[in-house]
Design a protein around this ligand. Structure first.
Ligand code: NAD
Ligand code: TYD
Length: 340
């Protein structure tokens, strides 16, 4: 089987690709990524020389480039991770979110249909449901009510996926996961940013009162769930993915400091994010009851392990922060591209 994976050089996509090469070596991966600021090909370094995958640099919204990839590689399935993924960036400028997340999804859907792909999986987010009060959980039938431009672009993409299934009879599935953590996450998101700042002795910027709640899931659990849905989910369905693991931001920040043996003097409360969603929490009973998926990792052991990873891989996040990781692509691919 051949699987087209978009966003393979990002945080979750790269973890998926590495996990799949381990657990499903019979699946050939056609890995596509535009290598935006968030795409780092170093994340896939372990696959050098592995003939079970190819990497192609392309914009998923570029119809001609993507058509050529479908024609050449003839994938049987598509798993679409690629997206602009950071809420704060979407507040500064929503345009790349519309291009990459909305147009990119429609182009992929059109090509998947034209090329007879048998299943298309859209990697979405719980943020499409908006914000919860102090009680209740998001279920798959919670109304779509996105609050940030990022969430709105993901919700728009989900609606296009739904329409492709309904109108064109495509076999589509959508997953909506809560916040992920783990190695190789770009240090602009809460957990890696706080770890990196703490390790550098910089202030830890906590938005507002720090009492916003997120439901944290280890990236490897997210990817196990995605593959389960791809293999066994019912066509046309949405599956929520979550770890039943709610934490106020300030408690996560304090836990990171305590794990690093640092006091709390680095915490700095800063102006709140505009439109900041107060609470996300997932009801994952559908994927558990229908597909038998449950998270394998517990926050209490996987967060310290993640912190340790950032401690041991300082070089990785320092290169990301300085922009030096971009040189890797140039050194790996410049010669190959100019030979084309
Ligand atoms: P990320 O920002 O780390 O990676 C995104 C990747 O997509 C990058 O490698 C980037 O280069 C690539 N990309 C962006 N636009 C592209 C385009 N037009 N063409 C090709 N490649 C492009 O994001 P992530 O955290 O790995 O998120 C992956 C997916 O999971 C996204 O769809 C996101 O909405 C979803 N998601 C993320 C979380 C989370 O906590 N991070 C939770 C739920 C869902
Ligand atoms: P983030 O990792 O950006 O994910 P999302 O907004 O998609 O949930 O942020 C997680 C939470 O942490 C969110 O409530 C915003 C908050 N936050 C801070 O308090 N300080 C920060 O510097 C960042 C990046 C996030």
């Amino acid at each position: 089987m051949k699987l087209l994976v978009t966003g393979c050089a990002g945080f979750i996509g790269s973890n998926f690709v590495l996990q799949m090469r381990d657990t499903n070596p019979d699946v050939t991966l056609i890995n596509v990524d535009l290598l935006t600021y968030a795409g780092n090909l170093e994340n896939l370094k372990a696959l050098e020389g592995d003939e079970g995958h190819v990497f192609v640099r392309a914009d998923v919204a570029d119809r001609a480039a993507m058509d050529a990839i479908f024609s050449e590689h003839k994938p049987d399935g598509v798993i679409h991770f690629a997206a602009e993924s950071h809420v704060d960036r979407s507040i500064l400028d929503a345009s790349p979110f519309v291009h990459n997340n909305v147009m990119g999804t429609q182009v992929l859907l059109d090509l998947a249909r034209q090329h007879g792909v048998s299943r298309y999986l859209q990697v979405s987010t719980d943020e499409v449901y908006g914000s919860l009060g102090s009680t209740g959980l998001f279920t798959e039938s919670t109304s779509i009510a996105p609050n940030s431009p990022y969430a709105a672009s993901k919700a728009a993409a989900d609606m296009l996926v739904r329409a492709a299934g309904h109108t064109h009879g495509m076999d589509v599935v959508i997953t909506r996961c809560s916040n992920n953590y783990g190695p190789l996450q770009f240090p602009e998101k809460l957990i890696p940013l706080m770890i990196a700042n703490a390790l550098e002795g910089k202030e830890l910027p906590v938005y507002g009162d720090g009492m916003q709640i997120r439901d944290w899931l280890h990236v490897s659990d997210h990817n196990t769930a995605i593959w389960r849905v791809f293999e066994k989910g019912r066509a046309g369905e949405v599956y929520n993915i979550g770890g039943n693991n709610e934490w106020p931001n300030i408690d996560v920040v304090k836990l990171i400091l305590a794990t690093l043996g640092l006091d709390e003097s680095l915490i700095r409360y800063v102006k709140d994010r505009p439109g900041h969603d107060r609470r996300y929490a997932i009801d994952a009973s559908k994927i558990r009851d229908e597909l038998g998926w449950e998270p394998a990792r517990r926050f209490e052991e996987a967060l310290p392990e993640t912190i340790q990873w950032y401690r041991e891989n300082r070089d990785w996040w320092e290169r990301v922060r300085s922009g030096a990781y971009r040189d890797y692509y140039d050194s790996q691919y410049a010669a190959r591209l100019s030979a084309d």
